[in-house]
Design a protein around this ligand. Structure first.
Ligand code: PYC
Length: 455
C-alpha cells in the first residue's frame, strides 16, 4: 500500500483560489505560493493594508437585526454547524430565505466548537457509509462554495486493531466501504509504521498493533471556520441569526407547530428544525415527544504546539484514544465518553490522566509535552449509535439529533438533507433509515462498530 499523501486545501479569501498542496508523510509542506489577485496583490500586503487603515475595516461576517420578525417560514433552533448548514441550503438550494436561527449561546459554541474535527466515511452500515460519503464530498468542495478558508486537510485515517475481534470488524468495514466505492483497506502494522514512524507498534508491550483499517479520505477541517462559513453564506442570502436568544417553548396546536417562544418574544412559524445536540431531550419535551436519546459528556484536549511530526489521523478504539496534529502544530486528542449520563460540559483531571496513560503507550516520546486546554461536549447518544433525523409525529417539527460522538463530520450532509426535508416535507432518501419510528419497530441500525470512541 502506498504511504498516505497529505493534501491541504488552502483558499485565499481575496482571490478565491483554492490551492491544493500535497506531501508525503514526514515531509514538510513547502513552497506554498502567496495567493495574489490583481487589485490587492499578495495576501500579506492586503493584511498590512487592512490592519493599518481604519477606512478598510473588514466587513462583519453577519449582521443580526435589532429584533426578530413576527413570522418566519422556518425557525431553526441551534446555531451550530448543523443548524447553520440547514439554513444555508434552505436559502441557497430551495429559495427559502425567511429563515431565523436562534441559539441560547454563541455561534458554534456547542458541539461544533468542542469536537476533534475529524472527517471520515468509513462506517459499518450501508446507510451510514452512503450518508457520510456524501458529507465528505460536500466537505471537499466547501471552501470554494462558502468562499472561506476551512483548512481542510486530507491526512488518511488509521483505526488501529490490537485484537483479533477488532481486526474482524475492520475487515468487515473495509468490505462494506469498498462495496460503496469508498477507499478503505485492511493494512498490516508495517503500513502504520510507514505513515507514522514515531508510533510504538508494541504499545509498551501491552497491546501490540496487529493491523489497521486505513481510510484514505480521512481528513481534518477547522471546525469554527465551518460554522462561520455557513453563517456568512446563509446571512448573505437573507437568513437571520440570533445568538444568546434561547427558545423557551414551542407552540403545538392540533398536532402541528404554530410558533416558537423565544427570549425575544413569540415567533409565528409552521416549521421548526431542532439541531441542538446535547439539548435534544429538552426540545423534544417542548413538543411532547419522548426520546431514546441519552446525554453523555465527551472530553477532548489540545497540547502546546510541536514541530510537525504527525501527518495522519490515528484512532484506537481499544485504547480509547484518537489524535491528529493541527496546522499550528498542536495535538488534538480525545478519549472514551464519560461512563454515566450527565448534562454538563465540565472537564476532569481524571480524563487527562487516563488519556495520557493511553497515548504514552502509543507515543512514549510525548511524555514531556504539556496540555494547553481541555473541554467537553454533550453527546446525544441513541441506542443503536446512528442518528435520528427527519419528520416527526408532530407536523412541522423536524429533528436532527442522535449525533453521539460523530456529529461534526456530518455537518454538510445534515444541512443538505434537512433542508430538502423541510422544503418538501418529505425525508431526503439519504436519511430515510434514520427516523425515530425505528425504535418503536425495533429496526436498529447497529453502527457501534464504526465508533472511533470507546462507549
Ligand atoms: O467519529 O471519528 C470519529 C470521532 C473522533 C473523535 C470523536 N469521534
Amino acid at each position: 500500500m502506498p504511504g498516505p499523501r497529505r493534501v491541504d486545501h488552502v483558499t485565499c479569501s481575496v482571490c478565491r483560489v483554492t490551492t491544493r498542496t500535497s506531501v508525503q508523510p514526514g515531509v514538510r509542506v513547502r513552497g506554498r505560493r502567496w495567493a495574489t489577485n490583481k487589485i490587492d496583490g499578495p495576501m500579506f500586503l492586503r493584511l498590512l493594508k487592512y490592519a493599518l487603515n481604519r477606512d478598510h475595516a473588514e466587513p462583519r461576517w453577519f449582521n443580526t437585526p435589532a429584533a426578530p420578525q413576527d413570522r418566519y417560514d422556518v425557525v431553526i433552533v441551534g446555531a451550530g454547524g448543523h443548524g447553520l448548514a440547514a439554513a444555508y441550503y434552505l436559502a441557497q438550494r430551495h429559495g427559502i430565505r425567511r429563515v431565523a436561527v436562534f441559539d441560547k449561546g454563541y455561534l458554534g459554541g456547542g458541539n461544533t466548537g468542542r469536537n476533534t474535527t475529524i472527517v471520515r466515511s468509513n462506517y459499518l452500515t450501508p446507510e451510514g457509509v452512503k450518508f457520510y460519503d456524501r458529507s465528505v464530498r460536500l466537505f471537499e468542495g466547501l471552501a470554494e462554495e462558502l468562499d472561506t478558508n476551512l483548512f481542510y486537510s486530507n491526512r488518511g485515517h488509521f483505526t488501529l486493531a490490537h485484537t483479533e475481534a477488532t481486526l474482524r470488524t475492520a475487515r468487515w468495514r473495509a468490505e462494506v466501504n469498498r462495496h460503496y466505492g469508498i477507499e478503505s483497506t485492511l493494512v498490516g502494522p508495517e503500513a502504520v509504521k510507514d505513515a507514522c514512524p514515531w508510533i510504538d507498534l508494541e504499545c509498551g508491550g501491552k497491546h501490540p498493533i496487529m493491523g489497521a483499517l486505513y481510510h484514505a479520505p480521512g481528513s481534518i477541517v477547522r471546525h469554527d471556520a465551518v460554522a462561520w462559513g455557513y453563517a456568512r453564506g446563509a446571512s448573505r442570502l437573507g437568513v437571520e441569526i440570533f445568538q444568546n436568544t434561547p427558545v423557551t417553548g414551542i407552540e403545538v396546536k392540533a398536532g402541528r407547530v404554530t410558533g416558537v417562544q423565544t427570549a425575544a418574544g413569540l415567533i409565528r412559524t409552521e416549521r421548526v428544525l431542532s439541531a441542538v445536540a446535547g439539548s435534544t431531550p429538552t426540545l423534544l419535551k417542548m413538543v411532547g415527544l419522548d426520546s431514546p436519546v441519552d446525554i453523555v459528556p465527551l472530553q477532548a484536549c489540545v497540547t502546546e504546539p510541536m514541530k510537525p511530526w504527525l501527518d495522519t489521523i490515528i484512532v484506537s478504539g481499544s485504547l480509547h484514544v484518537y489524535v491528529s496534529q493541527t496546522a499550528r502544530g498542536e495535538l488534538v486528542m480525545g478519549a472514551a465518553v464519560d461512563p454515566a449520563e450527565l448534562h454538563s460540559t465540565r472537564s476532569s483531571l481524571e480524563f487527562v490522566t487516563g488519556l495520557a496513560d493511553q497515548i504514552l503507550d502509543l507515543f512514549p516520546f510525548l511524555a514531556k509535552v504539556r496540555i494547553n486546554r481541555q473541554w467537553a461536549g454533550m453527546a446525544d447518544m441513541t441506542p443503536d449509535f446512528a442518528p435520528v433525523m427527519g419528520k416527526t409525529a408532530v407536523k412541522g417539527f423536524y429533528l436532527d439529533a442522535g449525533w453521539g460522538t460523530w456529529g461534526f463530520k456530518a455537518t454538510p450532509v445534515c444541512g443538505e438533507t434537512m433542508a430538502h426535508t423541510l422544503a418538501h416535507d418529505e425525508n431526503h432518501p439519504l436519511i430515510s433509515a434514520f427516523g425515530m419510528e425505528r425504535f418503536e419497530r425495533m429496526h436498529m441500525l447497529g453502527e457501534k462498530g464504526a465508533a472511533a470512541v470507546g462507549h
